[in-house]
Design a protein around this ligand. Structure first.
Ligand code: NDP
Length: 597
């Protein structure tokens, strides 16, 4: 929203003080260790409820390319490699099928909050136009399966298989790949796309294990207990008092369904989300019929440009994300507005932020009948401190007589659980079932977390070689680790439409693999100098996000108040990065092709 001179005055000092009070009220001394992973004694919260696990013999065969992860990153990479003529591709995933996050998350009400026409990759290649502007999860999961079928990626796929080690065999010039199924496979190229929000986490509530009623996490929905499906109809809850813990992006989508079907719903809230207008609608068949070849690429690029602050003539999407582009650049890497001096830019950012948040708080008053409940639902922090949410049903839910909002902020969350109740302060809420919409451990899978140990040339460990920070060229590959590629935001690009970033990464990797195959007896490996130079460029162009994050209310974006989470992406933004990569492919790709040694 532009900062015009006619807009009402906003007392920024008072607002800052209010935000600081809310943050301080929420800070907990135990920060990120307050949670419990769905592992060990809580491992049953993470088991696969959707596909039975089948026994199979361990494999010792060789493939040309092995892909770790069957979500959209792995799928689009597999697709582009097929198109580049690679026949021998083995896709692997811990899940029972393709889809990644859309495989696991099947809770009632699940939708993607990025417009489907830009989010769902390879629509034109698969020959599909989404049915809705914002697609339901099941449509997206089916599209993931359709990509796999279109590009014949089921052929050598392994599901319910976790890759546990990667060792470079310099003599054979292949990776040896170990798994939790006892496999000892070989692959010339390995591509990792393990995702970030993969393992469900539970709140560290004292007594959680004493609760004798039914519990599950939203990412492993128990339809056997609730009945119904992703569209609702949870008839099993008709005589149940249900508690839901968590009001993040998942909670906001699932709560209206639980409210509709449970006998009574208790919503345990610690921090309210920002909930803006959704405005979902079915795809207009006339519009779909009018689409010309290349339409999806154009729309994706337009969305990326708008949210990254690049100049565009028309905003083709025109939704809550593109309207708040200025505010997203603080957190998601993007080009800063250089048309004004930095101090003025800060002031304009803060004003735009305050106006957006005022509008979102005013919407709560408009929708929620009870003023006390409305007050509790108002978010008091800057816009991108938490993942923005969109819903035309969530706030309305709190007007129902069978829904109770229980605010836990003053207690740092739920106080404890007993055999049959959830307790906040001194108040006990007897319930039959507790649904945890409490999110995920961040970055616990894949090579960055150490969960997948990688030993490259001379047995050197990848994380040991990164002990002073990541050493990559463009985030994709590292010296000492030939023919190994990573997808992800680290030293690469980032955007709220991460599916687009993954597609660009897939195309880049496919181009490099194709060049290596054409060259014959080579490995793909950047020089230490090239990786060093790239690391320097990422550091030197990085904009400092720390002050913004420090003022934010706690959450996984700022490691529960401890600071910025994760590594750094290329701050000039994804559009600039993709331009840079395109030039590199034309002029310098040969530099990473090394004669086999
Ligand atoms: P989040 O981590 O965003 O939310 C977890 C929720 O649980 C928060 O409301 C948190 O409160 C609450 N919570 C945690 N511990 C306690 C406690 N002890 N007592 C009370 N409340 C507690 O997880 P989500 O699953 O909602 O979302 C994770 C991510 O998944 C999103 O950020 C987004 O990236 C993605 N997503 C994307 C969607 C899409 O449409 N594209 C849809 C859904 C999810 P507090 O905030 O106070 O910590």
């Amino acid at each position: 929203m532009p900062a015009t001179d006619h807009a009402p005055e906003i007392d920024l000092d008072a607002l800052r003080a209010r935000y600081a009070r809310e943050r301080d009220r929420r800070l907990r001394p135990d920060g990120a260790v307050q949670y419990r992973s769905a592992a060990g004694e809580f491992g049953y919260y993470a088991t696969d409820p959707y596909t039975p696990r089948r026994e199979r013999e361990p494999l010792t065969d060789t493939v040309e390319v092995l892909v770790v992860g069957g979500g959209f990153g792995g799928l689009v990479t597999g697709a582009r490699l097929r198109q580049a003529g690679v026949e021998s591709i083995r896709m692997t995933d811990e899940a029972g099928d393709f889809g990644g996050t859309w495989y696991w998350n099947r809770y009632p009400g699940i939708h993607c909050d990025i417009e489907s026409y830009s989010y769902m990759p390879l629509l034109e290649e698969v020959g599909y136009v989404p049915e809705w502007r914002y697609a339901p999860g099941e449509e997206i999961r089916r599209h993931a399966v359709a990509i796999a079928e279109t590009f014949d990626l089921y052929r050598d796929a392994l599901f319910h298989t976790r890759i546990t080690s990667l060792d470079w065999d310099g003599r054979a010039r292949e990776w040896t790949v170990g798994t939790d199924r006892g496999d000892r496979m070989r692959a010339r190229f390995v591509i990792t796309s393990s995702g970030t929000l993969t393992r469900p986490k539970l709140p560290g509530i004292p007594g959680i294990e004493d609760f004798a009623g039914h519990t599950f996490h939203t990412s492993r929905w128990d339809y056997g207990y609730t009945g119904g499906d992703q569209d609702g109809g949870l008839v099993g809850l008709a005589d149940k008092r249900v508690a839901v813990v968590g009001t993040g992006a998942t909670g906001v989508q699932v709560i209206p369904h639980l409210a509709r079907d449970a006998e009574h719903l208790y919503v345990f809230q610690r921090t309210p989300s920002t909930v803006d207008v959704r405005d979902n609608r079915p795809t207009d068949p006339e519009w779909a019929a009018s689409l010309k070849p290349g339409w999806q690429r154009e729309r994706m690029e337009n969305f990326l440009a708008v949210v990254s602050g690049e100049p565009v003539e028309t905003d083709l999407t025109g939704d809550g994300w593109t309207a708040t582009a200025r505010l997203q650049r603080k957190v998601v890497s993007g080009a800063l507005d250089t048309s004004v001096p930095p101090q003025e830019r800060e002031r304009l950012d803060e004003l735009a932020d305050a106006r957006t948040m005022d509008r979102i708080r005013a919407r709560v008053d408009e929708v929620v009948d009870d003023p006390a409940t409305a007050e509790l639902l108002k978010p008091w922090y800057r816009y991108m401190c938490k993942r923005p949410c969109f819903s035309d049903h969530y706030l309305q839910t709190f007007n129902r007589p069978d829904v109770t909002l229980v605010d836990t902020a003053d207690h740092g969350g739920i106080t404890r659980m007993t055999r049959d109740a959830v307790v906040v302060g001194d108040a006990e809420y007897p319930v039959d079932c507790v649904v945890f919409a409490t999110g995920f451990d961040v970055g616990v899978s894949g090579v960055l977390s150490g969960a997948l140990p990688v030993r490259g040339r001379d047995g050197r460990e990848l994380l040991a070689s990164w002990s002073r920070g990541p050493v990559t060229l463009h985030g994709f590959y590292s010296p000492g680790f030939p023919n190994l590629f990573h997808l992800g935001a680290l030293q690469n690009a980032n955007s709220v439409n991460f599916a687009h970033i993954l597609l660009e990464q897939a195309e880049h990797i496919a181009a490099v693999v194709a060049a290596a195959r054409k060259a014959g007896d080579v490995v793909v490996e950047p020089s230490p100098e090239a990786a060093e130079a790239w690391g320097r460029e990422v550091r030197e162009t990085a904009h400092d996000n720390c002050a913004f994050q420090a003022e934010c209310t706690p959450g996984y974006y700022n490691r529960e108040g401890a600071g910025v989470h994760g590594g750094t992406s290329y701050s000039p933004g994804p559009v600039a990065f993709h331009r840079l990569l395109g030039r590199w492919r034309e002029e310098r790709l040969h530099e990473v092709l090394k004669p086999g040694d």
